[in-house]
Design a binder for this molecule. Sequence first.
Ligand SMILES: *[C@@H]1O[C@H](CO)[C@@H](O)[C@H](O)[C@H]1NC(C)=O
Ligand SMILES: *[C@@H]1O[C@H](CO)[C@@H](O)[C@H](O)[C@H]1NC(C)=O
Ligand SMILES: *[C@@H]1O[C@H](CO)[C@@H](O)[C@H](O)[C@H]1NC(C)=O
Ligand SMILES: *[C@@H]1O[C@H](CO)[C@@H](O)[C@H](O)[C@H]1NC(C)=O
Length: 478
Amino acid sequence: MPPSPYHNHSPRNSQTQTLTTRLKPLLILFTSIILLYFLLSHTHISQNSATTTTPYPLSTPTCIHHLVFGIASSSNSFPKRQSYINTWFHPNVTRGYVFLDENINTNNNNKKKFKSSIPRLISHDTSHFPYTFRGGLRSAIRVTRIVKEIVELNLPNVRWYVFGDDDTVFFTDNLVKTLSKYDHNKWYYIGSNSESFEQNSRYSFEMAFGGGGIVISYPLAKVLAKVLDSCLLRYAHLYGSDSRIFSCLAELGVVLSHEPGFHQVDIRGNLFGLLSSHPLAPLVSLHHLDSVEPIFPGMNRTQALEQLFSAVKVDPLRVLQQTVCYDHSKSLTISISWGYSVQVFEGNQLLPDLLPVQRTFLPWKRSLNVNSNPFTFNVKELSRDSCQKSAIFFLENISSKTNEIQSNYSRQLFKKCPQIGILKDLEQIRVLSPKLDLDASQFQAQRRHCCDVLSSFDKGMEIGIRPCGDEELIFMTP
Ligand SMILES: *[C@@H]1O[C@H](CO)[C@@H](O)[C@H](O)[C@H]1NC(C)=O
Ligand SMILES: *[C@@H]1O[C@H](CO)[C@@H](O)[C@H](O)[C@H]1NC(C)=O
Ligand SMILES: *[C@@H]1O[C@H](CO)[C@@H](O)[C@H](O)[C@H]1NC(C)=O
Ligand SMILES: *[C@@H]1O[C@H](CO)[C@@H](O)[C@H](O)[C@H]1NC(C)=O
């Protein structure tokens, strides 16, 4: 019979006592061995936990099931925008609700049209709250109260509440990864401000803009839900729901944790510049896709989003991550925005010159002087010559085998530009990359990856992405 700690509980009689006396030396030896074993195994365990530093060893890793989404919509906009929600919200995987002002009449004729993935809830009546912003929309109050109404559902096992609009597209794997940096047991308010200097000046540089998404940790959301109605009375003069949430959180003494992967997209026109030099952080959200051109040329908005998602499905963390390498023999600079585009420039472009956002888009406010710089990031003006010395390739397709992912990018040709020089014949770029998998410490302090031109073929080249060497620098080696 194996020794068990419960032996002490067994009744003793004289026989067993004599037995124990005889066995005493053995028992002592045995206990010492057990003690030694526990001591050793204990040091072993503590060594283990010291090497694999997880920030919160007491809780399991955060996963999609720990998030609850509260999406703001209306009976008017939902039918037009539910396809955005359907791209990222998956029943039985994603948890959350879309909040409408009133029921949508789904009779048998149009039932098919409302085969949406997200369950619908009708917001409570908010007509008794004051709203005094001239020319604003009092639905801002209803949308603010989504915070309270969703918390009061008392759903189990929630770590984070995530709020967005019906035209916000979330990249949920990256959202989960980003939130895993934070301790959900503490008070956190996470998101990003606007790309528009003017919008940030008017509202706040320290406000999470609602369309880009607002994330609030569970304990903070609980408290916010309790006090929210009193804030709604004090901030009747504000325009939107995000300024109401911001103001109430400010009164609670909480400030924003900025995450550059959330995108309010307060710009118009062509998003190419923004998407081809994304910050070194996972893409978490995109908003206002109705107000910009389809993100891939020659496609409608739905198709273009699906095209991006074909890359998101294969390697979410790497999507839009910028990698730069050089072909010295041909004097070419290659800038990859993985899963989206590749640009090939003639000549040597220094890395820092490839990081500013190419200004392919217009300010949100149509009245702003187009020559001012109304953005909150570094921009680079496009050359006046519309046939610039760069070739642009867009994601064509993607496939993955075990740990190697191949993505192909094909040339977008501009009809009016005569093709000359070394870029003339380039038609396709093939990119090989391992799946981007960062552990907690690598994720905390990210480093851009490196790439190499592996081979040139008839009408293109093949490029491999890999982690950079310890002292490796990204420049055109002579
Ligand atoms: C979700 O789960 C329920 C219950 O397990 C099941 O009936 C339903 O078919 C599932 N839906 C999807 C889309 O998988
Ligand atoms: C976009 O294109 C696809 C495929 O051609 C088509 O099925 C879909 O109806 C189009 N969507 C819109 C909104 O035009
Ligand atoms: C890649 O795209 C081309 C054209 O869009 C298509 O004909 C081909 O079947 C695709 N290949 C794969 C592997 O999906
Ligand atoms: C990329 O293109 C090459 C040649 O055009 C083809 O053999 C390969 O299957 C393509 N890869 C994907 C993922 O479509």
